[in-house]
Write a protein that binds this ligand. Structure first.
Ligand code: BG6
Length: 494
């Protein structure tokens, strides 16, 4: 079913996220008929802007970033008239009262029925005061539903996340809060559960009897760009580990939910997070987690600066731009199976892949052939290529004894005509339909912080080794060691 009638309030409407992701997403939904005519968007930011200027901004953003372009054959005017702008100082309650009037007018004009979606594309420090002003300005007194969509980072550690959550919860119910983790909006991350639960030849093998290890790589070629100020306080573990990587672990490890309903799925994911082995001592952290920071190096033959030379980064920064970890899900299904995860900036390729390495078959039957059997692999290619890859063993054609690995490679994003929706498109659509499956619930966030905080505090208090790696390489050797000591290796990524 399509999205409900919705009045979108985009806070931070002149910012990067709105321009790159949100406006293009709304446009694609409109073009695909997923958004009814009964919607409106109020862009909110401090900067003064007329409706016309704002609609021009939206148009440019769509031309630059959308899957569909605003071509002449489409009725642009009809779309643009749903967009309105209001300059707003989020600390001024009286301006929220004015916003209420504007909202009521648009609601009546487009027959929206009082449904309100507040998207805060803002720094998290502002979530609390915006929520209070929404309430005190009377914006929540409506006949329809109201939902709050917020971006990461959700806190800096567990205590700060709790504080943030308390502020929000003074105004919104948990069911009304949609916390974005854009990795959950990615097609292939959503596909993990289908591949697992809809295929007879995976789910029966999905446990410690048949799976040797699981590897998740999320590599980026970019450095910190102009985000040095934010990033240096966060680091790779908070920026990518606490959210995207732990979320992918939950998708891989969760039990089949009794029904494919948001709360049932999220309940199962929470159980995984609860089973994560928390590292208690600095020694445990040092044994299981490697951290690195990029130094000067080369990307595609061109020299690039080291992290400490980036804008907004102190010369002696000890922030990690890379981490690799060996994680355990201590439950019945996964006992003894390592989940190896790694992510970093300035690595050789941009890719996200999840690899399932199956245990070796007894190879005594083939022993006399002096062939070493390669393990079976199942790979989810998440980004930028979307697909599924299976590696299995077969007879080498024409040979008498040879066994070779063969590949079955399904490339979804290569198929002509498939133009898969962007993550933000899917998530905005879900939020407007009231489907919270692919948003993170508070207990997930809290448990993820519990896991991360232990590592952060060991790093802080015991200054464990920070490995410098040249930009353009696969990160510190210690990350290879993490697997080698278990008799494994990182599988090369696509
Ligand atoms: C964001 C991080 O959440 O994800 C960024 O803050 C990172 O540092 C980005 O670059 C990666 O997302 P994607 O979709 O490009 O892989």
């Amino acid at each position: 079913f399509g999205a409900d009638r919705t009045l979108f309030f985009i806070f931070g409407a002149t910012g990067d996220l709105a321009r790159r992701k949100l406006f293009p997403a709304i446009y694609s939904l409109f073009r695909e008929g997923k958004l009814s005519e009964r919607f409106a968007v109020i862009g909110l930011a401090r900067r003064p802007r007329t409706n016309e200027q704002f609609r021009d901004d939206v148009k440019h953003s769509i031309e630059e970033f959308a899957r569909y372009k605003s071509e002449k054959d489409h009725n642009w005017e009809q779309f643009a008239e749903h967009f309105h702008y209001m300059s707003l100082d989020i600390n001024k309650l009286e301006q929220f009262q004015q916003l209420k009037t504007v909202a009521e007018q648009l609601d009546a004009k487009f027959d929206i029925g009082g449904n309100r979606l507040f998207y805060l594309a803002l720094a998290p420090e502002l979530f609390g005061s915006v929520s209070y002003n929404l309430r005190d300005g009377g914006l929540l007194e409506t006949e329809g539903w109201r939902r709050l969509v917020i971006e990461k980072p959700f806190g800096y550690d567990l205590p700060s996340a709790e504080k943030l959550n308390e502020q929000i919860r003074q105004v919104f119910q948990e069911e009304e809060v949609y916390r974005i983790d854009h990795y959950l909006g990615k097609e292939m991350v959503q596909n993990i559960e289908v591949v697992r639960f809809a295929n007879a030849f995976f789910e029966p093998l999905w446990n410690n009897k048949y799976i040797a290890n699981i590897q998740i790589t999320l590599s980026e070629t970019v450095g910190v760009e102009e985000r040095g100020g934010y990033y240096d306080h966060a680091g790779a573990l908070r920026d990518m580990g606490q959210n995207h990587m732990l979320q992918m672990i939950t998708m891989m490890a969760m039990e089949p939910p009794s029904r494919m309903e948001p709360e049932d799925i999220r309940d199962e994911k929470v159980k995984v997070l609860r089973s994560l082995r928390v590292f208690h001592s600095p020694e445990e952290v040092a044994r299981h987690v490697v951290r690195g920071q990029y130094d000067t190096g080369e990307m595609k033959g061109k020299p690039v600066p080291g992290y400490r030379d980036e804008e907004g980064v102190p010369d002696d920064s000890a922030t990690e731009t890379y981490f690799a970890a060996k994680v355990f899900v201590d439950n019945f299904r996964w006992a003894g199976v390592p989940f190896y995860i790694r992510t970093g900036k300035r690595l050789p390729v941009k890719t996200t892949e999840v690899v399932v390495e199956f245990k070796n078959m007894p190879d005594n039957v083939y022993f006399s052939r002096k062939t070493k059997l390669e393990p079976n692999l199942l790979v989810f290619r998440v980004n930028p290529t979307e697909g599924i890859y299976l590696k299995m063993n077969a007879k080498q054609p024409g040979s008498q004894w040879g066994i070779v690995p063969i590949a079955m490679d399904f490339c979804q994003s290569c198929e002509v005509g498939i133009n898969t929706p962007e993550a933000y498109e899917r998530l905005l659509y879900d939020a407007a339909r009231g489907d919270s499956t692919y948003f993170t619930r508070w207990d997930e966030v809290a448990l993820a912080w519990r896991f991360v905080d232990r590592i952060e505090s060991a790093w802080r208090d015991h200054s464990s080794e920070l490995h410098r790696y040249p930009a353009g390489t696969w990160g510190p050797d210690a990350a290879q060691q993490l697997l080698a000591e278990d008799g494994f290796k990182w599988w090369p990524v696509n």
